[in-house]
Design a protein around this ligand. Structure first.
Ligand code: SF4
Length: 311
């Protein structure tokens, strides 16, 4: 039987009312809040008596549509059961402590100094390799036995050989500027040493046999100081410490793991920077990363980088 337009309108109105009533019942049974329900697909159009929903679907050209289902309501989660959430709430959660430093033993500065003195005594008037014959002074180290940052260069130069202290002269002054103006740590609070302790003639690279002979003393120095961060200065020190032949340009700019967890930053040697001042920018970037790592590992904040004008 055909249904007139007015009758269709009344039936649709009735269907909407019925739908709204059913929704209200469902909402109150589920414990949902009062208010308009989320937008749902419109109910399928009602048809004349005897037609049923199947007839409506046939008129739309598709199968009978399934009624939409509401999801089952879930109880609110207990914050204490969520990993990382303190039972008393986020505001009461304790601040995260700085990363532990598992590789650093609780030895005092005096104890570290004792170990270093013993290493120096072991070296004595060392004649273990060819470099002994050309040196004026054996250059052991400079700085604090309790340093958190340790710098390692290649070998003493002429100034160092004369004075018995690593990194003096023009390159040494540049290193001091980097330490004190970028890291903002007094030079006497870091530790400085070289891969070999005696000056190679003509400032040549140390030979493999010389590194093999002298290198263990550097390793003992690193073990005594237990720095949090090692800065390897120049290709030779980088390649020796990391046992890699990769060029320094590919190694710098990121930390490498050394030993039991020391962060090692490769960078250019200050003597190289004297010849290539344009690359000071790269060393600055590396030292800014060292600052960040120092602050992260120690849980302290360093003073801001000091500009050349002393700002
Ligand atoms: S370079 Fe090292 S091993 Fe060689 S003589 Fe000097 S201290 Fe001894």
């Amino acid at each position: 039987m055909a249904v007139g337009t007015d009758a269709w309108g009344e039936l649709l109105e009735l269907a909407r009312d019925l739908r709204a009533e059913l929704d209200d019942h469902a909402r109150s049974a589920a414990g949902l809040p009062e208010g308009p329900a989320p937008e749902l697909p419109p109910p399928p159009p009602m048809v004349s008596a005897g037609g049923g929903r199947g007839a409506a679907a046939r008129r739309e050209g598709g199968p009978p549509a399934a009624a939409p289902r509401r999801p089952e309501p879930r109880p609110a989660p207990d914050p204490a059961s969520i990993p990382g959430i303190h039972p008393a709430g986020l505001a009461a959660a304790p601040a995260r402590p700085p990363s532990p430093v598992p590789h650093r033993s609780p030895r005092s500065a005096a104890e570290r100094g004792e170990v270093l003195r013993a290493i120096r005594e072991d070296l004595g008037d060392c004649q273990r390799c060819r470099l002994a014959s050309g040196r004026t002074t054996l250059v052991f180290s400079d700085g604090s036995p309790d340093a958190k940052v340790m710098f390692v260069g290649e070998a003493p130069g002429a100034d160092e050989d004369r004075r018995g202290v690593p990194f003096v002269g023009a390159a040494g002054q540049m290193l001091t500027d980097i330490i004190e103006n970028v890291l903002r740590i007094p030079r006497e609070e870091v530790y400085i040493a070289n891969v070999v302790k005696c000056r190679p003639p003509g400032n040549r690279d140390p030979g493999a046999d010389e590194v093999e002979t002298c290198g263990p003393f550097l390793m003992r120095q690193i073990e005594a100081v237990e720095p949090l961060i090692l800065v390897a200065l120049g290709r030779f020190a980088v390649q020796t410490l990391l046992r890699s032949q990769a060029p320094i340009s590919r190694m710098r700019g990121r930390f490498h793991r050394f030993g039991a967890g020391i962060s090692l930053m490769p960078t250019y040697h200050p003597a190289y920077l004297l010849r290539n001042p344009a690359d000071k920018r790269l060393v600055f970037e590396d030292m800014v990363m060292v600052r960040g790592e120092y602050e992260r590992l120690t849980g302290t904040t360093l003073p801001p980088v000091r500009s050349r004008r002393g700002g």
